[in-house]
Design a protein around this ligand. Structure first.
Ligand SMILES: Cc1cc2nc3c(=O)[nH]c(=O)nc-3n(C[C@H](O)[C@H](O)[C@H](O)COP(=O)(O)OP(=O)(O)OC[C@H]3O[C@@H](n4cnc5c(N)ncnc54)[C@H](O)[C@@H]3O)c2cc1C
Length: 432
């Protein structure tokens, strides 16, 4: 039985103990499903993979069914409307276990290691746009990891469990109008008044922001040094004083909503601080390795697909009495891009493999993010070129990829931020 179908039948009651049972069953089904799949999938790619086991492939296959049946048929419409129905899609994904692959079993997660998250991110890349995988990644790998690691049981019950089950949509409030790359300089304040925190300020570029039920908010909670004065706070988005100022228009990622949010004397209990007060910056930095590897994994399948679609198109499109593909400049360039993609894939799997063994892969994850962003730009540009005027239309995947993937060099740490981290590890930064 497919993991997804099984999970769909099992779930669907907002009952915490059932959530646990569901997750355990999902885990069990995953293993059963995997062992039956090994016999079928016997290509070298699946039997002798450097990182993935038959369980990883079973997980991917189940997710592919959801993508093919529930998501891809609607992507064009959601892109046009500038919004996908996050609650509906997250409920489907959450019911099947895909929003909590690495999260604790007692809160509805699967309790698997980070390589499974990478496998899921790769499969999400088969969604025909960048905005929806990004929105899912914010929920699973950006807004919830600190809560899962450091949050109190009460906070995990209130915010983590329903986010894993797909009952609540999460967003991450770190960036501000005046602070993106320089996270330490955020201005949003949360000041203690009795048992409450009073929050004032605003957040910019909040993915899922217009639809979210809660925000993992980074705010200054004291006047200490910038790396020690910040806390992560669970903030319900329906709290009085939270204002969605606008939905930001963007060049790409159309199906994903991006909000500017203001806080005007917003009050939440002090217990909503995740983990230790003053540790928010550190917690945020701790999850960067995973965030960056996840981001790279999420674009791999689409890069593959864009190359394959370009081969298909240029093989049938004739110019000067032969297919576009037969011009050496074209097939050689595609071979170069495929080579670069395989190199990136190797780096991603190597870094992930080392990470799940407990090693610090900050340098490799930063390299992968840097290379991923740049390769997306090169690959999108080269492939789009070979589609001629068709590439310039909004009807083809290559133009959507060209627009969407541009973000990878900017969001979650710009290329230059990655270079600075790599230089730090190489000890080549100018000494002060
Ligand atoms: C569609 C979208 C979705 C997003 N989603 C979220 C979200 O959900 N939550 C959230 O908190 N944030 C989100 N962001 C914000 C994103 O992480 C920031 O845009 C990013 O960190 C860059 O910050 P900035 O835009 O303020 O650029 P700036 O910090 O102003 O940087 C501008 C440019 O300066 C250059 N630069 C930066 N550092 C250096 C350096 N050390 N040396 C040399 N040059 C440098 C880079 O080229 C960079 O692009 C999102 C952004 C976008 C566009």
């Amino acid at each position: 039985m497919a993991l997804w179908e099984g999970a769909r039948r099992l779930h669907l009651t907002a009952n915490r103990s059932l959530y646990q049972a569901t997750s355990i069953c999902i885990n069990r089904q995953l293993s059963e499903n995997a062992s039956s799949k090994v016999k079928v999938a016997s290509s070298p790619e699946t039997t002798d993979h450097i990182l993935y086991t038959s369980e990883h492939f079973a997980l991917k296959e189940s997710l592919k069914k959801i993508v093919d049946q529930e998501i891809n048929p609607h992507v064009d419409q959601w892109e046009e409307e500038g919004l996908f129905p996050a609650h509906k899609i997250f409920k489907i994904l959450g019911s099947a276990g895909f929003l909590g692959v690495t999260k604790p079993v007692e809160y509805g997660g699967m309790g698997l290691d980070f390589s499974y998250s990478v496998a899921v991110a790769e499969e999400l890349g088969s969604i025909n746009c960048g905005g929806i995988p990004m929105a899912i990644g914010v929920q699973t790998d950006m807004a919830t990891p600190a809560l899962a690691r450091f949050g109190s049981a009460a906070l995990k019950t209130e915010f983590l469990l329903p986010s894993i089950m797909g009952d609540k949509v999460a967003c991450l409030g770190v960036s501000e109008v005046g602070a993106g790359s320089d996270v330490a300089s955020i201005k949003t304040k949360a000041v203690r008044k009795g048992d409450e925190l009073v929050i004032n300020g605003g957040k910019m570029w909040t993915t899922n922001g217009t639809q979210a039920d809660w925000m993992c908010l980074l705010a200054n909670t004291s006047d200490a040094a910038p790396h020690k004065n910040k806390s992560l706070i669970c903030l319900p988005m329906n709290t009085p004083g939270v204002h969605i100022a606008r939905k930001i228009g963007k060049m790409g990622m159309w199906a994903s909503d991006t909000a500017e949010v203001f806080f005007d004397d917003v009050r939440v209990p002090c217990q909503n601080i995740i983990g230790q007060e003053g540790m928010g910056f550190t917690y945020q930095m701790l999850q960067f390795q995973e965030e960056r590897l996840w981001a790279v994994a999420s674009v791999m399948s689409m890069m593959d697909k864009v190359i394959q679609e370009t081969i298909k198109y240029t093989r049938q499109r004739k110019i000067f009495n032969q297919p576009v593909l037969y011009h050496q400049a074209v097939h050689f360039r595609l071979a170069e891009l495929e080579t670069e993609l395989e190199l990136l894939r190797s780096l991603l799997y190597r870094a992930t493999g080392m990470y799940i063994k407990g090693q610090d892969v900050t340098k490799l994850a930063s390299m992968a993010k840097l290379k991923g962003g740049r390769l997306c730009r090169e690959l999108g540009d080269s492939c789009l070129q070979y589609w001629g005027g068709m590439g310039f239309t909004s009807d083809v995947l290559v133009s959507r990829f060209y627009r969407d993937s541009r973000l990878l060099s900017i969001g979650g740490g710009a290329d230059e931020v990655m270079l600075a981290i790599i230089c730090k590890y190489m000890d080549t930064l100018p000494r002060k």
